[in-house]
Design a protein around this ligand. Sequence first.
Ligand SMILES: Nc1ncnc2c1ncn2[C@@H]1O[C@H](COP(=O)(O)OP(=O)(O)O)[C@@H](O)[C@H]1O
Ligand SMILES: [Mg+2]
Length: 282
Amino acid sequence: MVLTQAPVTAHPGHVGQRAFGVEFAGLGRAFAAPRRRGATAAGPVLQDVSLRIEPGEIVAVLGPSGCGKSTLLRIVGGLDRPSTGSVAIDGAPVSEFDPRCAIGFQEPRLLPWRTLEHNVALGLPRGVPRAEGREIVAELVSLVGLANFSQHTPRQISGGMAQRTSLARALARNPGVLLLDEPFGALDALTRLKMQDLLLDVHAAAPTTVLLVTHDVDEALQLADRVILLGRSPDAPGTAGNDIRQVITVPGERPRDRGSAELAELRAQLLGGLGIERHSAH
Ligand SMILES: Nc1ncnc2c1ncn2[C@@H]1O[C@H](COP(=O)(O)OP(=O)(O)O)[C@@H](O)[C@H]1O
Ligand SMILES: [Mg+2]
């Protein structure tokens, strides 16, 4: 293999090295029913979710649309609150917007009139001295492979590059927990694969805890130490919330062989859990 890029390195003291454990304990979330005549009472979206995530672990969250994946992530980041139970980061409960976390979304959400460098700098925590901030930003911009584009604006770059910028901005916060909500969902297939590799490189350089929501079973199996499948119990009443249906520990060092028989078996198991039957053609 020919290396066309310099190997990814992190300078201790600049790009962060924080990783916190996350613990869900009996977490539930229900939303109030809309006040309409004849509206049925809304049941909980999430119910009795309990899980311990180790510091530095990558956990992927899969589940059908609307099962509460984004809600779960928002609760970890303190952007929403549980109705029951709790979530703790590094042993301390989350009660409001939590500066120990950074969140990345499907849309890069960059300021279009600012340079990439400036957009990344927006992620820096308050109080970072200016010179140190500049070093951190330069390091992150090159970590995501955009050193030659730091003075470009979002309009001048591709969707994949915008998503790299968004990832660098999230990392500028030096998060102990990185929350990613379908971060590559809007990218074309090839760019998505490249972003998955990039995320693994970034995690190797700055091994933070990652909670990754995805609807892509292969992405989950390629990136995660463990995959959790959210869903409703098939024999629960219609008003029951979603909880963890499966927890799968993915074997093998990353990057994994996408074509391995072992992963194919787990893929079939997860697709089955999502209610998608495998067709014999595959
Ligand atoms: N702020 C809110 N108010 C009312 N309902 C909400 C709110 N946020 C999410 N929901 C509902 O909770 C359910 C789960 O949403 P979400 O977490 O976005 O699902 P997912 O990310 O798995 O697709 C959906 O039915 C959604 O309509
Ligand atoms: Mg969502």
